[in-house]
Design a protein around this ligand. Structure first.
Ligand SMILES: Cc1ncc(COP(=O)(O)O)c(C=O)c1O
Length: 370
């Protein structure tokens, strides 16, 4: 190892998803069901707002906490949902930026952070970067948020429970009762509750529920990347107790500085854009995938996001994904998101044609009729 490299960087690897993308680069005309972003483009009115901002010279740093207009619009939306006395809002550099600031603000070396396994790839890496200890809680085969399993994982070193519903990579949504139970557990044990709600708008059966409805100390991280297909714009937001928000802002000041200003003007316009059509479309895609594969794969029905996480036939998810790639289908092995290598992730954020071709390959790999 190069002598200049810090020890903390050796506690995690770079994301295995990149390896799949490298393989993908070699395929001609693959069926690509591996992508973690919507297949629609940023709505035109949002693009125009950002272009206008650039033309109007809104190109400098914004305040650390974000432009006042966007912050106020988010604050109003948050206030309409929660009547918490002490809840402040700021604009972060994507949801990832918000997650990093949350960890840096709350996790001391040796602190334990509980989250479900399977998990979003960034979680264990971020915890380790702060010197913390990731505590993944096995949620197979249904990927439910089981309060008893979470309670059993709590030790005197537990600092935080990190929730993600709807979840990446499973698409599974926690029920109101489950969220209520975990929110009460965190309050009872005085443990920080961090809720990654990046997929909150991709919610197909009923209305989205946040654990913040049941625990007024919840720190919520959300953003525009997925909902408005703005993954490259890097705009997210955080709301939570004011002292935690102030601490996160102190770190933002010395790291990200602010979210890109023109993108924040785009995000302000995004708040007026209806996503109804896209969400109805994604619900239909979810139904298609689940209905087309349920007779030959073991699937936990996803209530949100745009992922399905079936069990791979055979012993290894990674070996199955290699076979799929051999047939021109790109999917992601489950061991990238988990300590188990038994499943694989399908993203249904793809055109209907790609989904149909993907289903055909998956059915033939399972030995089912096509
Ligand atoms: C669960 C989850 N959280 C956060 C992010 C990061 O989102 P952003 O682009 O806002 O940083 C992703 C992206 O894949 C995600 O799946």
């Amino acid at each position: 190892m190069h002598p200049w490299i810090a020890d903390r960087t050796t506690t995690f690897d770079s994301s295995g998803i990149r390896k799949v993308f490298d393989l993908a680069a070699k395929l001609k005309d693959p069926v690509n069901l591996s992508i973690g972003q919507p297949d629609f483009d940023v709505p035109d009115s949002i693009k125009e707002a950002a272009i206008e901002a650039i033309r109007d010279g809104k190109n400098a740093y914004s305040p650390t906490q974000g432009i006042a207009e966007l912050r106020e619009a988010i604050r109003q939306e948050v206030a309409a949902k929660y009547s918490h006395e002490d809840r402040d809002v700021f604009v972060s550099s994507g949801t990832s930026g918000g997650l990093m600031l949350a960890m840096l603000s709350m996790v001391n070396p040796g602190d334990e952070v509980i989250f479900l396994d399977p998990f979003f790839v960034m979680y264990p890496a971020l915890v380790r970067m702060c010197g913390g200890v990731p505590v993944p809680v096995d949620s197979y085969p249904d990927f439910d948020l089981d309060v008893e399993k979470i309670a059993a994982a709590i030790t005197p070193r537990t600092k935080m429970i990190l929730l993600n519903s709807p979840a990446n990579p499973t698409g599974v949504t926690a029920s109101e009762a489950e969220l209520k139970a975990v929110a009460a557990l965190a309050a009872d044990k005085k443990i920080a509750l961090l809720s990654d709600e990046i997929y909150s708008r991709f919610f197909y059966d009923g209305d989205f529920v946040s654990p913040a409805s049941f625990n007024d100390q919840t720190i919520v991280i959300d953003g525009f990347s997925k909902s408005h297909a703005m993954t490259g714009w890097r705009v997210g937001y955080v709301h939570g107790p004011s002292e935690i928000v102030r601490t996160m802002l102190k770190i933002q000041q010395y790291s990200f500085v602010c979210a890109p200003q023109p993108a924040q003007w785009g995000a302000l316009r995004a708040m007026e854009v209806s996503l109804r059509g896209h969400m109805d479309d994604y619900r239909r895609k979810r139904d298609f995938i689940v209905e087309s594969l349920s007779d030959c794969y073991e699937i936990a029905r996803p209530g949100g996001a745009f992922y399905v996480f079936p069990k791979a036939p055979g012993d290894s998810g990674a070996a199955f994904v290699e076979r799929a790639i051999g047939q021109g289908l790109l999917i992601i092995p489950g061991n990238i998101f988990s300590s188990r290598d038994t499943h694989f992730r399908i993203s249904f954020a793809a055109s209907d044609d790609q989904l149909r071709r993907g289903v055909e390959i998956l059915r033939s790999l399972a030995g089912a009729s096509v």
